[in-house]
Ligand binder design. Structure first.
Ligand code: FES
Length: 69
């Protein structure tokens, strides 16, 4: 079963575990999940538009069907 998952966050979550600071992916694009690998920089110009990203780094803007009423 395939799913479309909407990620609205375009930066990592910063979590402290003991003395360690972890950067967890919030954008959904990291190739090293659950950790951020910096790929979120591709999302900085999204604004309120919705994009589908492919595994090769490409993206397509789509008409959002997740609009709030
Ligand atoms: S938050 Fe996803 S790659 Fe950085």
């Amino acid at each position: 079963m395939s799913r479309l998952v909407l990620h609205e966050r375009n930066r990592p979550y910063v979590v402290k575990v003991g003395d360690q600071e972890l950067h967890l992916c919030g954008c959904g694009l990291s190739a090293n999940k659950p950790y951020c690998d910096g790929t979120h920089v591709k999302t900085v110009d999204e604004k309120s538009d919705v994009f589908i990203y492919d595994t090769k780094g490409g993206r397509v803007k789509i008409q959002s069907f997740y609009q709030n009423p």
